[in-house]
Design a protein around this ligand. Structure first.
Ligand SMILES: CC(C)(COP(=O)(O)OP(=O)(O)OC[C@H]1O[C@@H](n2cnc3c(N)ncnc32)[C@H](O)[C@@H]1OP(=O)(O)O)[C@@H](O)C(=O)NCCC(=O)NCCS
Length: 367
């Protein structure tokens, strides 16, 4: 069901909340049609998720995060823009440092841009922040108009990252074999541990702390943020989803006794079988400079290639300030696909921007 917000846009839209649990069939049809159009605008040429999968994703309960989906709706009920916001649920483990933060993302259909649609959605974001006591919103942009918009609303760019992609057919398997000999067990007296498919929960439970410590050590420039962490609670829904659609989780570890020294994590989704998603690669500080990152990456690429010879493309995200990781990825054949800026703004800046864009004439909700 689409529920009208109190605030109206100054142009020809009304902002509403998309409540997935109460949405009617026609609400879902409009929502999925809008989402397909937006996906094609922002990610041309990329695989588009089927409506049924999209619907399942939106309806799935996330034990750690609360999601709010706000829509900008035109005179005839058509959805022209959206903004989704998410924050860590109160009462979840380690919640306190997350309390001020909210993540938001969204977009406006091309023919409706520069008419204040996104600005009106920001009014709904501010209301949500005020209701939940959030003081910092983090938003990302990769397209020029996204950067221009975020700068115009007074957000500051705090961090830059790059999505890198690598075709498998350019891989030098002999060089990878050398990297593996030099930087993977039993090199340096370390022990290897490899999981292909799923990691047992009992093992995940012991790895969550040390993996979180390595994740949190990744550079994020000037981004104000809570600790980056893995949560055991997020694995059950992810694994259940992989059981349903087909997918694998890969983990390659190096250990000194029981201490975690290096990690390389990847995933594979049966719906896009030609792609491998490279996740975290990290080496603990005292073990850096010994070729361990190359060792675990080489082991991971060989593992995924053996399990899924149909994989032709690896995709990863790296901080632009992460010179060591970028250098390794460059040597493997990764090349930049697109660049992202992470922006942050507070409620005061949001209020100041919105005060310059007060609605001209309030309109009645059209739902
Ligand atoms: C970014 C985006 C959401 C803006 O939507 P919009 O409805 O056109 O934005 P608004 O009309 O409310 O623009 C507000 C102000 O932002 C600035 N702005 C927006 N788009 C701009 C552009 N293409 N070039 C320069 N400035 C721009 C302007 O100052 C504008 O005010 P003005 O039109 O009075 O000059 C839209 O371009 C989009 O969907 N882009 C793709 C998705 C994306 O990048 N999202 C990032 C935010 S999460």
């Amino acid at each position: 069901m689409l529920e009208p917000h109190a605030a109206r846009s100054r142009h020809t839209v009304t902002t509403t909340t998309f409540d997935a649990r109460r949405a009617s069939e026609s609400d879902w049809e409009r929502f999925c049609a809008f989402w397909r159009l937006r996906a094609a605008e922002d990610h041309p040429g990329e695989p588009v998720q089927a409506d049924a999968d999209r619907r399942r994703d939106v309806l799935r309960h996330d034990p750690l995060h609360d999601f709010h989906r706000m829509l900008a709706v035109g005179d005839h009920g058509e959805i022209v823009g959206s903004l989704t916001a998410s924050f860590r649920r109160e009462g979840t483990p380690g919640h306190a440092p997350f309390a001020p933060f909210i993540d938001a993302w969204g977009g406006v259909l091309l023919p409706h841009r520069r008419r204040g649609v996104a600005s009106s959605l920001l009014g709904a974001l501010l209301a949500l922040m005020e209701t939940h006591g959030k003081s910092v919103a983090t938003l990302h942009a990769h397209a020029p108009e996204g950067h221009a918009f975020l700068q115009a609303i007074g957000a500051s760019e705090k961090h830059r990252s790059v999505e890198n992609r690598m075709p498998f057919d350019g891989l030098d398997w002999q060089a990878l074999a050398r990297w593996r000999t030099e930087g993977f067990a039993p090199a340096h007296g370390l022990r290897a541990e490899v999981h292909a498919g799923r990691v047992p929960y009992e093992r995940l439970a012991t790895l969550i702390g040390p993996m979180s410590a390595l994740l949190d050590d990744a550079p994020t420039s000037n981004l104000a943020r809570p600790p980056m962490r893995y949560d055991l609670e997020s694995f059950a829904p992810w694994y259940a989803e992989m059981d349903r659609r087909g997918g694998d989780h890969y983990l390659v570890l190096l250990l000194d006794g029981d201490a975690l020294v290096a990690v390389c994590e990847a995933s594979w989704n049966a719906q896009t079988p030609e792609r491998m998603h490279q996740r975290l690669t990290a080496v603990s500080r005292q073990w850096r400079g010994k070729g361990l990152a190359k060792g675990v990456k080489a082991a991971m690429l060989q593992l995924v290639h053996e399990c899924h010879p149909e994989v032709t493309l690896a995709i990863t995200n790296n901080a632009e300030v992460n010179a060591p990781m970028l250098a390794i990825n460059h040597r493997l054949g990764f090349a930049p696909h697109r660049h992202f800026g992470a922006y942050q703004l507070g409620t005061d800046s949001l209020r100041a921007f919105l005060s310059t864009r007060l609605p001209a004439t309030p309109r009645e909700a059209s739902q």
